[in-house]
Design a protein around this ligand. Sequence first.
Ligand code: PLP
Length: 399
Amino acid sequence: MSENSNWKTRGDKVFIGTYSRFPAAMVRGEGCRLWDADGREYLDFLAGIAVCSLGHCHPAVTEAVCRQAGTLMHVSNLFYTAPQIELAELLTAHSFADKVFMANSGAEANEAALKLARIHSGPGRYEVISLTGSFHGRTLATVAATGQPRFHQGFEPLPHGFVHAEFGEMESLERLIGDRTCAIMCEPLQGESGVRPLEPEYLAAIRKLCDRHNLLLIFDEVQTGMGRTGTLFAYEQLGVTPDILTLAKAMGNGLPIGVMLTREDIAASLTVGTHASTFGGNPVAAAAGVAVLKLMLADGFLAGVREKGEYLAGRLADVARRFPALASGVRGRGLLLGLVLTEKGREQGPAIVQGMFEQGVLINFAGNSVLRFIPPLIVSREETDRMIAALVHVLGGLA
Ligand SMILES: *Cc1c(COP(=O)(O)O)cnc(C)c1O
């Protein structure tokens, strides 16, 4: 029996079955590469679901984490700590925001945003409008905000105060605004439901609607933030500034951390005792965040992401042209890209991902519509070329 299948057997016996996993137990990572328990090497175009953006075990992040873990691991938010303050200073210096709340995950950052929107808007104004196809997390409130019925099934009744407007349609959004509405929440580019960008004109119209009706605009940049789309935050290149911004995935390069950012006037609504997290902004996770931000803000890093993204998008467009029966085009921004599959291609989605896995390349099938490519932001041309060669091989076997 291989080491992998041994771990699989043991894991399946003890874990609640909420995940469908690749049949591999990962033991080590470096840059864009992973190794499993049998010593097999993988080229990683998933990056722990858009998390390990600086590559696995980036030396500067590992060093910061180890140093902090050997100095002070946790004290709670009853005290100040230097890493947490440094991280908040970096985030506010490089965004529209003045104030930060720290949590441990994307869903928790969004929970904080939803609570802030309600308390800030006052009694009776509590309803949040989000979009169909959105993904905001798996807690009860964030799953209620998530505009995909398949995530709701079996968990009803969901917390009320969440309604969903049709993706891309302004009339649908306007129709839902009423006396109870306090906020509109969206991802500038929907990741989980198939790498679906919101057009800048659409986002500008949403911003206008929020201003006209005195609603807060919440951008969930848990996936698009932290350099993924080629700017530190996606909103910077879309010409629309939100009132509240949430971040998580890539912030700790693998350590769990999530943050909610907002302006001072809005933040003032959350006073002592209104919200809290025991671990939020933990010194070790925050030290990782500081190291990540410093690396991403270094000269040329974000320009490099844009350049790498253009290269990957170009190579994927070639693949789409070569296999028109399976793929119809490419969409996304920066290094959050999707190869859009045709109806025939969609049927093969899981088989393509499996075929790539057998070739030693990790990708996934998102929203039952695209192959999603979210490599570490340090991916090289040579690594992109190797991934493309594997993709051509796998698609060639199906066409
Ligand atoms: C992943 C994701 C979340 C949830 O983050 P967790 O850390 O899994 O709770 C929320 N919103 C978006 C856009 C995401 O991609």
